[in-house]
Write a protein that binds this ligand. Sequence first.
Ligand SMILES: *Cc1c(COP(=O)(O)O)cnc(C)c1O
Length: 365
Amino acid sequence: MDLTALAPDYVRAIAPYQPGKPIGELAREMGLAEASIVKLASNENPLGLPPKARAALEAAVADLARYPDGNGFALKDRIAERFAVGHDTIVLGNGSNDILELVARTFLQAGDSAVYSEYAFAVYPLAIQSVGGQRIEVKAREYGHDLDAMLAAIRPDTKLVFVANPNNPTGTLLKPGALLEFLEQVPERVLVVLDEAYTEYLPSEVASDSIGWLTRFPNLIVSRTFSKAYGLAGLRVGFALAHREVAGLVNRLRQPFNVNSLAQAAAAAALDDMDFLARSVALNRQGMAQLTGAFQRLGLPYIPSWGNFVTFHVADAKALNAHLLRNGVIVRPLAPYNMPNSLRVSIGLPEENARFIEVLEAALG
Ligand SMILES: *Cc1c(COP(=O)(O)O)cnc(C)c1O
């Protein structure tokens, strides 16, 4: 018998998430030395671990035989202090992916709908579909969220709207005024998940005061991650801030030990490593100029980005990607996002960016 038939149709219809190719996998496939491979495919921090997080990890190893603190008290304390919020407004996640899924599981049931944008982060449709929710995908405007169309797409059965700001994989940004106007118009009965995975990279003049907005909009959920600017992608830790009743409910669905003790210790320390964060942001600005300068020189169109990555367009992305892989450079093909002739490259160290540019140029020339 077909055992998969035991699963609901909406589960069987899920398209698997396609992560960036791991370095070890490419090394095996191409017979390359791992050290020769440049991975610019998953928007990781090229500086590696923050030094303060490394020290905290080393100290936390001593307690690994014990379960983690299921309430994440020390980490929540640091988050509460940094963002001036109460402990009871915080939900910790095993990466912010966990947060996105938890919110879907908490609020959606089969038949409810959720709104998100075309070209938005691939985890939104996955999270919605995994609980049998109906996906309402709204056409993008110039690769970014069309907030008016998203508002208009809200139906009586809509419970959630996902907004990525900046968006991944397109790097587009919604300015604070536009976002605020949107929040003012979303019905109170609809929750808005504002996914700010790249917010640390934004210059202050374009950053939204999203956490400040939480007191005004009880239906707002702000999601953040330690995977990008904080350099802890491998540890899996993110968090959400929301109205205490919303946070309390999501916390009931959370596995009691969803964030492991190493992740909690490292994240708390990373929040205090302001020097590392500043270096990461500066390096990103410099790398962005290096990559976009090369795209301009090579006549390749790209989408101006506010994140730690850039999406660019080529005549044949599949062939170019294959060429890059053969030469040990991993970027992210965007065919799964319905952008078959676009590739997304993460900003790396200056020498990694240079290697990517060199291989790219050889491929085009
Ligand atoms: C990378 C990313 C995340 C973070 O994922 P984690 O699970 O925290 O590693 C969330 N949202 C967007 C839009 C992202 O690009």
